[in-house]
Design a protein. Structure first.
Length: 265
């Protein structure tokens, strides 16, 4: 089985894929668009797509792709802890570090730790795992990276300090996408488009509530056709397929099941 992810080998998404499907081969892609196109085209068996971060919120492009690729289905969900580590070359010592490199979001998430080293230069790069690969290639012990422990393992670097992120409650939630749907599970994701007139969204919400379906989140995204018109993604807990089908049938608009799945480690 080949699972794709966005980023360089050793990225947090790579680590999440390896944990979700131990023994699977993983393959990195430069963008979410290329990743989803790869599974849709049969180049890989599945794609691990991040949909939400516990601090930053939903990931807009991922939801757009869930709508655009109607032939793909979410078959599993996993939440992965984002643990930032200070990573150096094998001969690096934290006291001698003068520069750190990482993705801009990663650098934003270590303000308190970096603040204890005000002389350190901070350099933004495209990817956390790529930052680790860079510092290993440079071979300069005074330049460190901030990123996943898996990247240190893969590129022959050394973790100098673990868990340096400001907030320990930092998790990213992923959907595992595949071409074949899963018929059972405890959770679900559906998407709808309704007319832009008073009461249509209320009526859609009532269709779920009247059938005892628990909505655990709601994400609105522009429909990319009419300016300031939206489509809505609902995530549902305790899915009952018969009640879900009945709810979608009662909604006056376009409705699509993105996936029925369960939360997995």
């Amino acid at each position: 089985m080949i699972i794709g992810f966005q980023g360089e080998a050793g990225a947090f998404s790579d680590a999440a894929a390896r944990r979700l499907r131990p023994g699977a081969q993983t393959r990195g892609y430069l963008s979410f668009d290329l990743l989803v196109a790869a599974v849709d085209g049969g180049e890989i068996d599945a794609a691990l797509l991040p949909v939400e971060n516990s601090i930053a919120g939903s990931i807009p492009r991922s939801y757009d792709l869930l709508w655009e690729y109607a032939n793909l289905h979410a078959i599993a969900e996993t939440a992965f802890p984002v643990e930032m580590n200070l990573i150096g070359t094998l001969d690096a010592v934290e006291a001698n570090i003068r520069e750190i490199r990482s993705h801009p979001v990663a650098l934003e998430q270590i303000h308190r730790f970096a603040g204890t080293h005000p002389a350190w230069k901070r350099v933004a790069v495209a990817d956390t795992a790529g930052a680790v690969a860079e510092i290993v290639a440079l071979g300069e012990p005074a330049i460190a990276a901030v990123g996943p422990a898996l990247a240190a393992e893969l590129y022959g670097a050394k973790v100098l300090r673990t868990a340096i992120q400001d907030d320990p409650r930092n998790f990213t939630r992923f959907y595992l996408l595949a071409r074949e749907p899963q018929s059972h599970g405890t959770l679900g994701c559906v998407a709808i488009e309704v007319e832009n007139r008073p009461g249509t969204l209320r009526d859609a919400l009532s269709a779920f509530a009247d059938r005892g379906l628990d909505l655990r989140s709601l994400v609105a995204r522009p429909n990319h056709v009419d300016p300031f018109h939206y489509r809505f993604f609902f995530e549902i807990g305790d899915v009952d397929r018969a009640r879900l089908d009945a709810a979608l049938g009662a909604i006056a608009g376009t409705a699509r099941i993105i996936g029925i799945f369960s939360r997995e480690p």
